[in-house]
Design a protein around this ligand. Structure first.
Ligand code: NDP
Length: 450
């Protein structure tokens, strides 16, 4: 590895020793930009570019006290990582999940910097959230938590400063409560301060569908560039949340047969093809568990997760779309997927694949669509939501969807151009990292030492 990259990577490991996911995300990016560093290394070194790029501009952590339905005071920890604002206001989702900690927030914010650069919109990278667990909480508890969280967060955000959106555990309901509290405290209708808003109060059509649809648009580009298509392919999807549901919808529309979806407990296998209306009812309306699918489709099979490979990845399929969480696919799982006939994998989730698993896919000529490119559709439509809010206008579903499709095609073109320029074959992960890195690097250098 290049000496400069190695030095910075070692410093990151030393300074952030307890932050495994953050180190992993930095390692992945720095590990694949070597060809660019070879060309411009001396200039970058003099500018302290990599050292600045791996250090967040700001991390805010705060106490979130709230009262549960029994009258008991509970306390969670809130975060906002404003990683890099060189391209525009910080932009990135909020995650509410018990696993949230500083390492996860930093890895997600770091990824977001490069993802946002690929979209072509003027948005910097950030991420936030809390270790609050929304599962099993009443609607009133969710509202009180969101209000307390925003009471502190509002000091640090704004439509030209930092614009949060949803992520795991944060959907339209939570964005509504967060926006309400922001508006109440500020006494100002700052529509562009959050994205993923309801359609009645400044949300954009297609935002809900955007990450899942965008993933499939990117897959179609990648498969098409390699003489393949989704038509008739068997697909499995991990997760059954926002990204998974709309990836499934678009994959089915493209002629694929989706046979499995999951949640953190296990997966459903339906050899006749998943009935998405049933999944949507369970997840979007009842907020239930995926195994309830069998109540409507008794012929389907439910497989419980045991330790090791998640059940959804034990099912034979040609295309796999991890749309749940990070580090879902390790080397052992990767080997099983390849053995079971995998052709291509598209990351709907952020960093669902470990480095060893990715390298195994590359060695076995599996087409791999990296998350920071393939799941950028969500933030791209968030940027379109901000544009519509600024214009005090809205576009139709078809208009936004068409823009999304063009944006995803453009992202694939940037990735493809980078792999071609550096003769990287089909290493689209390196292509995405290089294309994004160059944009962020140029913006940072142009703005001097800040
Ligand atoms: P949701 O909360 O809507 O759904 C998350 C899904 O993943 C659920 O099915 C959940 O199951 C499952 N899941 C969560 N944690 C785990 C875990 N530790 N192990 C196994 N399954 C788990 O989130 P989203 O669909 O919004 O997000 C999914 C992924 O996509 C995340 O990695 C997110 O960062 C990424 N992403 C999301 C974007 C968006 O626009 N929403 C944009 C870009 C990326 P259960 O209900 O059992 O917890």
């Amino acid at each position: 590895m290049n000496e400069y990259i190695l030095k910075v990577l070692n410093e990151v490991k030393e300074k952030n020793a307890c932050e495994a996911q953050f180190i992993q995300a930095v390692d992945e990016v720095l590990g694949s930009i070597e060809p660019v560093i070879k060309k411009h290394g001396e200039d970058y070194k003099r500018a302290g570019l990599l050292e600045r790029m791996v250090e967040p501009e700001r991390i805010i952590t705060f106490r979130v006290p709230w009262v549960d339905d029994g009258g008991l005071v509970r306390v969670n920890r809130g975060f906002r990582v404003q990683f890099n604002g060189s391209i525009g206001p910080y932009k990135g989702g909020l995650r509410f999940h018990p696993t949230v900690n500083q390492s996860i927030m930093k890895f997600l914010a770091f990824e977001q910097v490069f993802k946002n650069a690929l979209t072509g919109f003027p948005i910097g990278g950030g991420k936030g959230g809390s270790d609050f667990d929304p599962k099993g909480k009443s609607d009133n508890e969710i509202m009180r938590f969101c209000q307390s969280f925003m009471t502190e967060l509002q000091k640090h955000i704004g439509q030209d400063i930092d614009v949060p959106a949803g992520d795991i555990g944060v959907g339209a309901r939570e964005i509504g409560y967060l926006f309400g509290q922001y508006r109440r405290i500020k006494n100002d209708y700052e529509g562009g301060v959050l994205t993923g808003k309801g359609l009645e109060y400044g949300g954009s059509l297609v935002r809900k569908e955007a990450t899942g649809y965008g993933l499939i648009y990117f897959m179609q580009e990648m498969l098409g560039a390699n003489g393949l298509s989704l038509q008739g392919k068997t697909v499995t999807i991990s997760g059954s949340g926002n990204v998974a549901i709309y990836a499934c919808q678009k994959a089915q529309a493209a002629g694929a047969k989706v046979v499995a979806m999951s949640d953190s407990n296990g997966c459903i296998y339906d050899e006749n093809g998943i009935r998405l209306d049933v999944v949507k009812e369970i997840k979007e309306v009842k907020r239930g568990r995926i195994k309830e699918y069998l109540n409507s489709v008794p012929a389907a099979v439910y497989l419980e997760n045991n330790s090791g490979t998640p059940a959804v990845y034990t099912i034979k399929s040609e295309i796999v779309l991890p749309c749940a969480t990070e580090n879902d696919i390790d080397l052992e799982t990767a080997k099983l997927l390849v053995q079971n006939g995998l052709i291509a994998l598209g990351e709907g989730a952020n960093m669902p694949t470990t480095k060893e698993a990715f390298e195994y896919f590359l060695e076995n000529n599996i087409l791999f669509a990296p998350g920071k490119a393939a799941n950028a559709g969500g933030v791209a439509v968030s940027a379109l939501e901000m544009s519509q809010n600024s214009m005090r206008y809205f576009w139709t579903f078809e208009e936004v969807d068409k823009k999304l499709e063009e944006i995803m095609a453009n992202i694939f073109t940037q990735v493809k151009n980078a792999v071609d320029e550096y003769a990287l074959g089909t290493n689209y992960l390196a292509g995405a990292n290089i294309a994004a890195f160059r944009k962020v690097a140029n913006a940072m250098i142009a703005q001097g030492v800040i």
